[in-house]
Design a protein around this ligand. Structure first.
Ligand SMILES: *Cc1c(COP(=O)(O)O)cnc(C)c1O
Length: 367
């Protein structure tokens, strides 16, 4: 069986180091707001180039806290609008609506699956306060045009960087392209913890301070609460694991690129649309390798029959979910086509080229 993602194997790559670090943390007697989190925040900030990194409980909270902080700071108000790609994981949208803000969906570029900058300006109204970009599947999305558009209309750029840690655009890391970014270290992400974990990065001092306070009951100083905050802290155990794994992230992303390169060179079936080769080697970290075909469900069953696991990211877009009934009537043909046709192939730092060959051959033989 070729697993879609072998998390056991991935975490065993650094077994000794991780086990020692976990044991040390266990024995330290200090489990929250300690040295491991502090170190991780420093390293993540150095890694991305952002001035601040704040560990939080998960990726959704990271994004929620950014908007909550902007609201506390008076930069946004409930009812304001945030432009967001229609084809994203629902968490991007939940972070917006949870704060009483209004998601304004926009179509992606059918070639990159990332937000289509050309479609943004027509969505801007007097209530628009931010554009959320999602570096989907691990591919960085940014442009001077986007930056200028945001400046012209005085909009924040928020990055959902749950899938693209390590990717760069023009030598700038994702997480340091916009005003603030949310990271997820959910176990299956390129940098995965052993449970839930997340972070916010920003170079805005006041925003960083506000997010940090909001994540800790709205308190900057013990028992003094400036805001009605939440409890959303990164714990020491998860930070310990992340401190070990962050060192290997770049090498693991290189492995992902090798697998992606292999698939791109060796899959040639006229019924299959491959991801576009990225503009340069560093703007894609291949969190997912997503192909498209009109025969998606049949291909998935065929591959499973050959012991190859695949997944669909994602089968139903947020605006068609029951959770967002008020948006169900909206129509985004590009987004809906993507959701009907995508299939994610196995890719990870522990997938062997031999396994990649088996996958490619099976797809080439699919009629
Ligand atoms: C994983 C993910 C999130 C949410 O992260 P969690 O840590 O699971 O809360 C948000 N956005 C995108 C695009 C994701 O892939």
């Amino acid at each position: 069986m070729i697993k879609f993602l072998d998390l056991h194997k991935i975490n065993m790559l650094h077994q000794d180091e991780t086990e020692q670090r976990l044991l040390k943390t266990f024995r330290s007697g200090w489990y929250l707001l300690g040295q491991e989190v502090k170190q991780f925040e420093q390293e993540l900030s150095a890694y991305t180039g952002s001035k601040h990194a704040i560990g939080v409980a998960n990726g959704l909270d990271a994004l929620r806290l950014i908007f909550k902080a902007y609201i506390e700071l008076g930069e946004m108000q409930p009812g304001d609008e945030v432009i967001v790609p229609a084809n994203t994981y629902i968490a991007s949208v939940l972070a917006i609506t949870d704060n009483g803000l209004k998601p304004v969906f926009t179509e992606p570029d059918i070639n990159t699956y990332n937000i289509d900058v050309a479609g943004i300006e027509e969505k801007i109204t007097s209530r628009t306060k931010a554009i959320m970009i999602v570096h989907l599947y691990g591919q960085a999305v940014f442009s001077y045009g986007l930056e200028q558009l945001a400046q012209k209309h005085n909009l924040k750029i928020i990055e959902d960087n749950a899938q693209a840690i390590g990717a760069r655009w023009n030598d700038i890391s994702t997480g340091n392209l916009g005003d603030a970014a949310g990271f997820s270290f959910y176990p299956s992400k390129n940098l995965g913890a052993l449970g839930d974990a997340g972070a916010v990065t920003t170079s805005d001092d006041i925003l960083a301070k506000t997010v940090r306070a909001l994540a800790n009951y709205g308190s900057g100083e013990k028992y003094i609460n400036n805001y009605q905050g939440l409890n959303s802290r990164l714990d020491e155990i998860q930070a310990a694991v992340l401190n070990v794994k962050l060192k290997y992230l770049d090498a693991e992303n290189v492995r992902r690129r090798e697998i992606a390169g292999y698939y791109i060179q060796n899959i040639n079936n006229p019924g299959i649309i491959l991801p576009q080769p990225p503009e340069d080697g560093t703007n894609h970290v291949w969190h997912l390798f997503v192909i498209r075909t009109k025969e998606r469900n049949r291909l998935q069953a065929y591959l499973l029959n050959k012991d190859i696991q695949t997944q669909i990211h994602y089968p139903v877009p947020p605006h068609k979910q029951q959770a967002y009934r008020e948006y169900n009537h909206l129509s985004f043909p590009v987004t809906e086509t993507i959701h009907n046709e995508v299939l994610s192939l196995p890719i990870s730092p522990v997938l062997t080229l031999e396994e990649a060959r088996t996958v490619a051959e099976a797809i080439n033989n699919f009629k």
